[in-house]
Design a protein around this ligand. Structure first.
Ligand code: DX5
Ligand code: ZN
Length: 221
């Protein structure tokens, strides 16, 4: 049974010209995890950064680094992200021909392994792969950009997944949500069974401290 709800700021909405400042904001406000969006311009129509930047961030902080790989060939780069300091690595099921092998590779590096499902990807993928995962990320927007609107079908998908995990002795698995999460919908998302909350624009746009406090207030309500 998972009790703790974790907040994972997505640095995609941070100030890329001063990442250190954004990392300090996360630390000072007791964020639980740093969510790093790796995009290759192929699997998603946007390009961000790779292992070199992850490694530079890792040198700044002790916060766990969560690498969300939105790249076509994740197998090729897992070792590089581990080397760069990743503590959690998630791969999209839409990219994987040999998902079990990919997840085993990540775990063999003592890194937490997760799968990611796009909003329209059948949930059955998660049912089949759950036992090989430490966490499952259900996207609540189409991946590629920050600041998009929450897709509400997430809620029923998340409830179904949580029920599946509870019924199959997999209660310990964490469910992560990513995309369009704000203080206004975070309560619903937690009630649906998610416990790792990724948020980019709703934290970094405006005052980070009051934004994260609003998230926490609404989570605890
Ligand atoms: C989108 C990324 C997200 C993004 C979320 O593809 O995976 O992590 O930063 O941004 P917001 O919270 O603004 O929707
Ligand atoms: Zn992400």
């Amino acid at each position: 049974m998972i009790n703790k709800v974790k907040i994972a700021p997505s640095l995609l909405s941070a100030n890329f010209a001063n990442l250190e400042k954004s990392v300090r904001l996360c630390e000072e406000n007791s964020a639980d995890i740093l969510h790093l969006d790796i995009m290759d311009g192929h699997f998603v129509p946007n390009i961000t950064f790779g292992p070199l930047v992850v490694s530079a961030i890792g040198r700044l902080t002790e916060l766990p680094l969560d690498c969300h790989l939105m790249i076509t060939d994740p197998d090729k780069y897992i070792a590089d992200f581990v080397e760069a300091g990743a503590d959690m690595i998630s791969v999209h099921v839409e990219t994987g021909f040999h998902l079990h092998r990919t997840l085993s590779t990540i775990k063999n590096y003592s890194c937490k392994a997760g799968i990611v499902l796009n909003p329209a990807t059948p949930l059955e993928y998660a049912f089949e792969a759950a036992e090989f995962c430490d966490f499952i990320l259900l996207m609540s927007v189409n991946p590629g950009f920050g600041g998009q609107s929450f897709i509400t079908s997430f809620l029923r998908r998340c409830e179904k997944l949580r029920t599946f995990l509870d019924n199959n002795n997999l209660q310990h698995l964490e469910i992560q949500v990513d995309g369009g999460i704000t203080p206004s919908n975070v309560r619903q998302v937690v009630d649906a069974g998610a416990n790792i909350i990724v948020a980019g624009s709703a934290l970094f746009n405006g005052d980070f401290r009051s934004n994260i406090e609003a998230f926490r207030r609404n989570i605890q309500e």
